[in-house]
Design a protein around this ligand. Structure first.
Ligand code: 13P
Length: 259
């Protein structure tokens, strides 16, 4: 982390877990474990139906609520879709886009990731996109990790102004590390997060690259978070399994806040 330029962000991704009826207990358990300072931003990205109760449950806590996906459309005949305006209206501040599970199981293309990012950045919405990128094990073994990541970053940011990029977060989530218990080493994670920043510097400028929070995700937990967060280009984490337990999640938040 480089706290001089970027505030650390710890974002939980609940994926398709938890129930609306469990959000209050989760918040009550997390509350006394949270740091007292404003040294980092904590977020919980919940499934759509849980959002209203989660917003209510974390009221008064330094925890923002995020979503896990958004429609590219503003409104209209798109059965099953949820618009950025609907999320904003509920109090959502962040939204994950292009998670590898959506790319793999729901045909989410780089073009869709770009369109969703733009839907979230629209001036009437202003939700922070957490754009996920990451290589598969096969791509890593073939030695094409950096080309792949550069392509994903370039496509996701296509057509955005530098001011818009400064409102984005990028999460590096190697597909092989997600839910596998197999974390990238701190060196591997730092190398790619640094490369993501360098890619943004090339596409935009040094100021934009310096301001961009780059998170690591993939089996980050209470035990390995400190080593990962100590890397200069890792500005926080996108946490799956460990975000479901307040005790574990709070250890990661406290590590990012420096407490
Ligand atoms: P795990 O932390 O469970 O590996 O999940 C990571 C992830 O996909 C977060 O978006």
């Amino acid at each position: 982390m480089n706290k001089k330029y970027r505030k650390p962000i710890i974002a939980g991704n609940w994926k398709m877990n938890m129930l609306a009826s469990q959000t209050k207990d989760f918040a009550d358990e997390l509350k006394p474990l949270l740091p007292k300072t404003r040294g980092c931003e904590s977020v919980v990205c919940a499934p759509y139906p849980l959002i209203p109760s989660l917003v209510k449950a974390v009221k008064g806590m330094r925890v923002a609520v995020g979503a896990q996906d958004v429609s590219v459309h503003d409104k209209g005949a798109y059965t099953g879709e949820v618009s950025a305006a609907m999320l904003k209206d509920l109090g959502v501040k962040y939204c994950i886009v292009g998670h590898s599970e959506r790319r793999a199981y729901h045909g989410e293309t780089d073009e869709l990731v770009n369109a969703k990012t733009k839907a979230l950045l629209a001036p009437e919405v202003e939700i922070t996109p957490i754009i996920c990128v990451g290589e598969t094990l096969d791509q890593r073994e073939k030695g094409i990790t950096m080309e792949w990541i550069a392509m994903q970053v370039k496509c996701a940011l296509n057509g955005l102004t530098d001011a818009e990029v400064r409102r984005c977060v990028i999460a590096y989530e190697p597909v092989w590390a997600i839910g596998t218990g197999k974390t990238a080493t701190a060196e591997q994670a730092q190398e790619v997060c640094e490369f993501i920043r360098a890619t943004v510097r090339k596409l935009y400028d040094a100021k934009t690259a310096r301001a961009l929070p780059v998170l690591y995700g993939g089996s980050m937990n209470a035990k390995n978070c400190a080593e990962l967060l100590a890397c200069p280009d890792i500005d926080g984490g996108l946490i799956g399994g460990a975000s479901l337990k307040p005790a574990d999640f709070s250890v990661i938040i406290n590590a990012a806040c420096g407490e």
